[in-house]
Write a protein that binds this ligand. Structure first.
Ligand SMILES: Cc1ncc(COP(=O)(O)O)c(C=O)c1O
Length: 316
């Protein structure tokens, strides 16, 4: 974690110093988890820092807030500019971006209506989430004893603060068991997702991933990988996944903004495929990083450049 490299934070319309970006302990969202957030990455490219799929992330940010009846008091354009400004002020070439919209301090009634709606944008340098060696050698998962909550209990497609206590329980258990990450099943016993990632398996040269029927957060990375894989000529099937499908898969990987495309080499002691990063996973990783770095011009639309204009047009 590199919080100490962050100097500036955007808070409620102003860019302020990291140490001044504080809120009161009576804030509603601290007590009841009534906030929503996003996790976004900015990558270094030949044209300067570029934010990967900013539009899709902000769309989900507003949708998550709407699912909780919260209106974000800024326009998409204002937040786009605020995010770019925060990255510029911190002079980051690449970073992780965490916009959060929460209810501040006014009342501790469960209904948050009296509490102000506040928005903060944090940025910090964040290397690979599941470890650099995980990206190459693959990670080890354990099936959690905690189930992913049903969509009738909470809006599973929303990225809301309180919903992450489910992930916190699962990942703590996984680490206690000596694993890298937890895999949660849904209430029917089908696979849902990791504590912070979606899942793909590869069988007979075909990719399979699940959808919101299995209580997953519909990942922006998942969506990008579906498109990249199809563009590479692979069939991608969307359907329910069971543990047997994963255990008998030729290859499997996790996707997420933090985890990017991370191979899975083991689940509870059982080797997946050859127990190493598989060739199709490797190819998809390469295609993903070619897109995020701007090296593959076909996916330039997925990049939002932090400078007002790409460098070459500024120079011209
Ligand atoms: C529970 C959960 N599922 C899936 C994902 C992957 O989503 P994305 O690819 O949009 O980061 C995340 C990460 O945000 C997550 O927290």
């Amino acid at each position: 974690m590199a919080f100490n490299e962050t100097k500036w934070v955007w808070m409620n319309g102003r860019t302020i110093r990291w140490q001044d970006a504080t809120l009161h302990v009576s804030a509603h969202s601290l007590h009841y988890g009534s906030g929503v957030f996003e996790g976004i990455r900015c990558y270094e490219t030949a044209d300067g820092p570029a934010i990967f799929r900013l539009g899709a992330h902000l769309e989900r940010f507003y949708a998550s807030a709407a699912a909780y009846g919260t209106r974000i008091p800024y326009s998409v354009e204002q937040l786009e500019e605020a995010i770019c400004e925060t990255i510029r002020r911190n002079e980051f070439r690449s970073c992780y971006i965490r916009p959060i919209c929460y209810h501040g301090s006014e009342s501790l009634s469960v209904h948050p209506g009296k509490c102000p709606v506040e928005v903060v944008i944090l940025t910090w340098p964040w290397a690979t989430y599941l470890g650099a060696e995980g990206l190459e050698a693959g990670v080890r998962l354990t099936v959690s004893s905690w189930r992913k909550f049903l969509s009738q209990m909470m809006p599973t497609t929303a990225k809301a603060c309180g919903q992450y206590v489910n992930s916190v329980l699962a990942v703590r258990e996984a680490v206690e068991r000596g694993y890298d990450e937890a895999l949660l099943l849904d209430s029917n016993g089908a696979i849902a997702e990791g504590s912070g990632e979606n899942l793909f398996i590869i069988r007979d040269g075909q990719l399979i991933t699940n959808d919101e029927q299995s209580s997953i957060l519909l990942g922006v990375t998942r969506d990008a990988v579906i498109q990249l894989a199809r563009d590479l000529g692979y069939r991608v099937e969307i359907g329910t996944l069971y543990l047997d499908d994963l255990l008998s898969a030729d290859e499997a990987f996790l996707t997420g903004t933090a985890a990017e495309v991370t191979p899975i080499r083991e689940v509870d002691g059982a080797m997946i495929g050859t127990g190493a990063r598989g060739p199709i996973t490797h190819q998809i990783q390469d295609a993903f990083f070619a897109a995020t770095s701007g090296r593959d011009a076909r996916y330039k639309d997925w990049l939002h450049f932090v400078s007002e204009r790409p460098v070459e047009t500024v120079v011209a």
